[in-house]
Design a binder for this molecule. Structure first.
Ligand code: ARG
Length: 301
């Protein structure tokens, strides 16, 4: 198995997971949720990450916050700097402080967000830049706030289809998701012999989830990107997690998995169907903690 980049993840067990309110088209209060099944699926996802060599930490779930399992929304961490989440819907409001407290308690430098943003649901690191969704949840003003905080370029991407209300339901960063500081040397692993500079970024996205202007931005920035079909997108196939070599994805995203394998990735299907009842998949359940890379430009800060 080709080694991926070891990642550091934060997850939240779905102990109190249920669908008691509806804030996205996937949620339906009338169908009962099988919470033990959700927990079992979540445990398999956590174990899959550990088997890949990644570190998984957990935050204690809070009763009455059923969506807290979607850890990706809890904050965004770049260069060890934590940008707190500020939720659109009051039902999820207390999750922001809960996650922020976890980071403060674990010694991270935290920044309390002024503007509405739903963490990594809408803020995806892609090499040196941060791709930032807007349209349903995260406010554009948060994009500027994040850019100032991390000193990175933030690229605004407009979402237009309510089924894909967070950027991480419409686009997956396949390579470059842990970020890089300008000038970072790429390890000579044979795949990129002698290459210096930020590691190449690779993404897959579903074009119709974005406005025409944003589709143009994506085409220009990532001319070689893989394009997902509606079939893959509607099973939240793009809510996948990649370590640069392995991609953990929804089992029903078969066409996408085949295309990823053809592109050189190893694919790992992990069933998160019960968590889809809240409108999330593997990526939603996973918050990446990106430490400050040793020797990176940011050390001179
Ligand atoms: N029920 C949650 C919401 O609508 C699901 C969040 C999914 N998370 C994600 N990163 N896309 O806010």
């Amino acid at each position: 198995m080709r080694p991926g980049q070891p990642r550091h993840y934060l997850m939240c067990r779905p102990t109190y997971f249920t669908v008691s309110y509806e804030i996205n088209p996937w949620m339906d209060r009338r169908t009962p949720v099988d919470t033990p099944l959700a927990v079992a699926q979540w445990e398999r996802l956590r174990d899959a990450y550990r088997d890949l060599g990644h570190t998984v930490e957990t935050i204690d779930p809070v009763p009455g916050l059923p969506d807290m399992v979607y850890a990706a929304n809890g904050a965004t961490v770049v260069d060890g700097l934590v940008y707190s989440a500020r939720f659109t819907h009051p039902e999820r409001g207390p999750e922001g402080p809960a996650y922020l407290k976890w980071f403060a308690d674990h010694g991270y430098v935290t920044h309390l967000a002024e503007h509405v943003n739903e963490g990594e649901g809408d803020l995806l690191v892609a090499g040196d830049v941060v791709l930032a969704g807007t349209g349903f949840r995260t406010d554009r003003a948060a994009h500027a706030e994040a850019a100032a905080l991390w000193g990175r370029e933030v690229v605004t991407l407009e979402l237009v289809d309510p089924r894909f209300y967070h950027l991480d339901t419409a686009l997956t960063v396949l390579r470059g998701g842990s970020g890089s500081a300008p000038g970072t040397r790429v390890p000579d692993d044979g795949a990129h012999p002698g290459l210096t500079g930020p590691p190449p970024v690779d993404v897959v996205y579903y074009p119709p989830a974005f406005s025409p202007a944003t589709q143009e931005v994506l085409r220009e920035r990532y001319p070689d990107a893989l394009l997902a079909t509606e079939e893959d997108a509607v099973v939240l196939g793009l809510n996948a997690v990649s370590d640069g070599a392995h991609v953990v994805h929804a089992p029903r995203a078969e066409r996408l998995a085949a295309a990823l394998r053809e592109r050189g990735y190893e694919t790992l299907a992990v069933d998160t169907s019960e968590l889809l009842r809240g409108g999330g998949g593997a990526k939603c359940c996973t918050l990446e903690i990106r430490e400050l890379a040793a020797g990176s430009a940011a050390t001179s800060r």
